[in-house]
Design a protein around this ligand. Structure first.
Ligand code: PHE
Length: 332
């Protein structure tokens, strides 16, 4: 039995065969176990002799099984190391880390500033009615902005909004004063793309309606915004302008916050940059939206987000903002 066991054990190459052999000899009904069990039947003289031999054989088999086990384990590990080795010279896959688009960054910063002044953020649809985009905003029937060559019409009644001002109409019709909202979003005009024009661009609209709102409130709000956004040394300048939905109307310029003199690329050497249109909400617009102009007054403004992002990040062509070129986007 000893010889047979040692022979078959030393030939073993696999773990489960080793286990089978262990059971065959040493298991509960194993061959060696059976011998040990029958020791009791032996005579008093035979017992110690046979017992000694049986115990020696058991020890021998046990130790050879242990040895085999560890050498088989080692063989498995070596085999794994051989087949699962890593080729450290293979080029890695590049992972692109997402960045926040400069337009989104600018809009978020503007929202923070206006929210700190008590404004809430509302949104309106990009597909609008002619009523909301033009009629309710007091645009005369022959206003040039209504022209087919300026506006993308979708149907008899629908268009792609040319400004965020229709959100004013929606807000006033759905709420009662006091109203204090801003509304960022995309706008569309039939412009041929060039360095300063894009048929899709962004505005941020503002609207305040309450009792006793004056042009002084408009000025202080927009000046406060300019200081917070462009820096405390920023100067502002209001120039008279004309919009159908505000009276009086103005455009606001800010002093160039990057100005490097006559050759300044940011302001073209003018020292000033126009960033928004604004004015006191026209009484006709208040009336069109169900608000009594005898009781309430308001101001509104609309900023060009793209232009502000371009000056802030020194981008000299608006088309970069919409080409989704990773080389451009990954800079922000
Ligand atoms: N909607 C105007 C524009 O697109 C901007 C504006 C908004 C002006 C609100 C006055 C009040 O040019």
């Amino acid at each position: 039995l000893r010889e047979e066991a040692l022979k078959s054990l030393s030939a073993v190459e696999e773990m489960d065969i080793l286990e089978n052999l262990r059971v065959q000899y040493m298991g509960k009904k194993g061959e060696l176990t059976n011998i040990l069990k029958e020791m009791g039947k032996l005579s008093a003289e035979e017992r110690p002799v046979i017992g000694k031999i049986a115990n020696e054989v058991r020890g021998e088999i046990e130790s050879i099984i242990e040895e085999k086990k560890s050498s088989l384990k080692l063989a498995v590990i070596n085999q794994k190391l051989k087949t699962e080795s890593i080729d450290v010279t293979i080029p890695v896959k590049t992972k692109f880390v997402g960045k926040i688009h400069p337009i989104t960054k600018v809009v978020r910063e503007m929202e923070q500033i206006f929210m700190s002044m008590g404004f809430s953020v509302v949104e309106g649809p990009e597909i609008e009615t002619i009523e909301n985009n033009f009629d309710a905003l007091n645009a005369p029937q022959n206003h040039p902005s209504r022209d087919m060559s300026d506006t993308f019409y979708i149907s008899e009644n629908l268009l792609l909004r040319t400004q965020t001002s229709p959100v004013q109409v929606r807000t006033m019709r759905e709420n009662t004063p006091p109203i204090r909202v801003i509304s960022p979003g995309r706008c569309f005009r039939c412009d041929t793309p060039d360095a300063t024009h894009s048929p899709m661009f962004h505005q941020l609209e503002g609207l305040v309606v309450d009792k006793h709102i004056t042009f002084a409130n408009l000025k202080s709000t927009l000046e406060e915004f300019a200081y917070k956004f462009f820096g405390p040394d920023t100067k502002t300048k209001f120039r008279p302008h004309n919009f159908p939905f505000t009276e009086p109307s103005a455009e606001m310029d800010i002093s160039c916050f990057k100005c490097s003199g006559s050759g300044c690329p940011t302001c073209k050497g003018e020292g000033w940059m126009e960033i928004l249109g604004a004015g006191m909400v026209h009484p006709n617009v208040l009336r069109n939206c169900g608000i009594d102009p005898e009781i309430y007054s308001g101001f509104a403004f609309g900023m060009g987000v793209d232009r502000i992002a371009m000056t802030k990040y020194e981008i000299d062509d608006i088309r970069y903002l919409y080409e989704n070129d990773m080389r451009f986007l990954s800079q922000f």
